[in-house]
Write a protein that binds this ligand. Structure first.
Ligand code: GRF
Length: 197
């Protein structure tokens, strides 16, 4: 299969994006990550992408105010102008409208720091600790209109230690995220390519 032109969407430090960029540089990796888009000008991931020679563009959501569709139209213009065929959300913190999600259905994935369907939404590590869970982890899933609800592609599990706080647990999960996401993105792109009409 030819490599699929892929964009990574970020809002912050981009550690998952960086793991994906490292994988994309490997020969034979099925996703060709040509673009990083951040909705925040101050995202640390923008500089990380540029330091790896990958185009990074900021589409600041703030000027659009509550008009999510207008922000997404600007985002879509950037993606379409580069013939992007697949999206990996990596620490992207904007809720996407059903319209944008349906446009990218079957071509957009996300990584979430919990063992979905447990702990959809935010503050997953604190919630796992509060629930007294013995294990926690991360999930890569297809993006659907319902938040953190799409079919699971891959998961990784970590033990919750007795002396964990949200910070130490998050750090243990993040290590697994960086291992899980590159393989899950490759699997997802291959699945999409096989199901293409
Ligand atoms: C990670 O826990 C990721 O699962 C969540 O945002 C956190 C930071 O991700 N979506 P990154 O370092 O910006 O990739």
């Amino acid at each position: 299969m030819s490599r699929v032109l892929t964009a990574v969407l970020i809002s912050g430090g981009g550690s998952n994006m960086d793991a994906l960029l490292r994988a994309s540089a490997e020969p034979g990796y099925p996703a060709d990550i040509r673009l990083v888009v951040s909705n925040r000008p101050d995202a640390g991931g923008v500089a990380k992408a540029r330091s790896r020679g990958v185009e990074a563009i900021v589409v600041d959501h703030r000027p659009f105010g509550a008009d999510r569709a207008a922000f997404e139209a600007a985002l879509q213009d950037v993606l379409a102008a580069r013939s992007i065929g697949f999206i990996a959300l990596a620490g992207f913190m904007r809720i996407l409208t059903p319209g944008f999600v349906s446009l990218w259905r079957g071509r957009m994935i996300n990584i979430h720091p919990s063992l979905l369907p447990r702990f959809k939404g935010l503050d997953t590590h604190a919630r796992a600790l509060a629930a007294g869970d013995a294990e926690h982890g991360c999930t890569v899933h297809w993006v659907t209109p319902e938040l953190d609800d799409g079919a699971v592609i891959a998961q990784a599990r970590v033990p919750v230690m007795p002396d964990d706080d949200a910070h130490t647990l998050a750090a243990r999960v993040l290590v697994e995220e960086h291992r899980l996401y590159p393989k899950a993105l490759a699997d997802a792109v291959r699945i999409m390519d096989r199901s293409a009409p």
